[in-house]
Design a protein around this ligand. Structure first.
Ligand SMILES: *Cc1c(COP(=O)(O)O)cnc(C)c1O
Length: 380
């Protein structure tokens, strides 16, 4: 067991370099560890990355999404369209602000929201749409904004997984629409750029940044004359300088990380046995940041048994994600099996194979071999 756990290959692992660790130690020794100069520097660096758009840092991607909905004035009586094939945070924030989620099934080629169906589901009650770039593959920004631009709604891009990805050469986080759109990033430990926990919100040009900051921290404001007030109910969503120092160190390595992920994925495409009946992801080496490399297991494979066997072979396999409308909370709202057949089929068969920048070529080969062995035995 000891030997096996030493060589265990997790499905992901952050790469934190010694320089970053030293910077974090510097923050810890500085006497100021909550939001301060490092957060400001991180926000400035993120803003530069996002073409100069205003960016505010948050304690999580979920918090950034929730504040985006509040800034877009989405609440009771409004509907928000999103995909059922995402991390549950995307839909939970819609409920959190009192609005109603409307799910649109995914396109099996991209596993992202089906834009034809999306266009048909927009109504006067639709206050916002939250497209998700699953696994780091961007939703087609040209088509998305062509559809959204015809309606008085806000786009809130859930780019939790697509930091470092591009669309037609332009980084995700820059503006593809009419600049009324929001972009939310997550810096959770598993994301391509991490701060341990954290997130950021890229804001539209017409937004009140001071209101965004109040929604981030208790609605509190301090005036130049020393007076104070709370005029709106805010959360407790600020990022720490400790986390921001990690983010600044990560940002320097982002392009390198993305390039290495692409190389490893190319090796997966070349090395996977194409006769096993696996369904591979769209081979996009122009836009995707390859946050995850996900395959659909062949029909009839027992996913639980597959994951257990791979674990015995020292390989960590993830599941991202079961279709979220089938969770109890959503079933209690009336959603049921059969509502979104593509998301359900994909969510039931999908597995995430190991992929992170520090992985070696030999690790990919090992995963491919173990996968062939496991599926050949399972299918025999
Ligand atoms: C990670 C993630 C979130 C939430 O981000 P947190 O930082 O964990 O709050 C939201 N949406 C998607 C698609 C995610 O992958």
């Amino acid at each position: 067991m000891g030997e096996m756990s030493m060589s265990f290959l997790p499905f992901t692992r952050p790469t934190i370099d010694e320089e970053t660790i030293a910077d974090v130690a510097g923050v810890l020794r500085s006497g100021w560890i909550t939001s301060g100069p490092k957060v400001q520097a991180f926000e400035a660096a993120l803003s530069a990355y996002c073409g100069g758009r205003p960016v505010r840092a948050f304690s999580s991607g979920t918090a950034a999404l929730e504040v985006a909905l509040r800034l877009a004035k989405v609440g009771a009586g409004d509907t928000v369209i999103t995909t059922p094939l995402t991390w549950v945070a995307t839909a939970n924030v819609i409920l959190e602000v009192g609005a109603t989620p409307v799910f649109v099934d995914v396109d099996p080629a991209t596993r992202n929201i089906d834009l034809d169906q999306l266009a048909a589901r927009i109504t006067p009650q639709t206050k916002a749409i939250i497209p998700v770039d699953l696994a780091g593959l961007p939703v087609d920004r040209d088509r998305l904004y062509a559809i959204a631009g015809k309606h008085p709604l806000r786009v809130i891009e859930d780019a939790a997984q697509s930091f470092g990805a591009t669309w037609n050469g332009q980084p995700i986080g820059t503006s593809f629409g009419d600049r009324r759109d929001f972009v939310a990033f997550s810096f959770h430990a598993n994301k391509n750029l991490t701060t341990g926990e954290g997130g950021a919100l890229v804001l539209p040009v017409d937004m009140d940044l001071a209101l965004c900051e109040r929604l981030r921290l208790q609605g509190f404001q301090r005036f130049a004359d020393g007076g104070m007030d709370v005029d709106v109910l805010g959360g407790k969503f600020n990022l720490t300088d400790i986390a921001a120092a990690i983010g600044l160190g990560q940002l320097k390595r982002l392009d390198e990380f993305t390039a290495r992920r692409r190389e490893l994925v190319q090796r997966y495409f070349a090395g996977l046995d194409h006769t096993l009946g696996l369904q591979l992801p769209l081979a996009d080496f122009a836009n995707s940041n390859w946050h995850m490399f996900q395959v659909l297991l062949p029909d009839g494979t027992d996913r639980g048994a597959f994951i257990a066997t791979m674990k015995e072979k020292g390989i960590g396999i993830g599941v991202h994600y079961p279709a979220l409308h089938l969770f109890s909370l959503y079933r209690a709202m009336g959603f049921k099996p059969g509502d979104f057949p593509q998301a359900e089929r994909i969510g039931a068969a999908i597995v995430t194979l190991p992929l992170f920048p520090a992985m070696q070529d030999a690790d990919v080969d090992r995963v491919c071999a173990a996968l062939t062995q496991t599926l050949t035995q399972a299918l025999a």
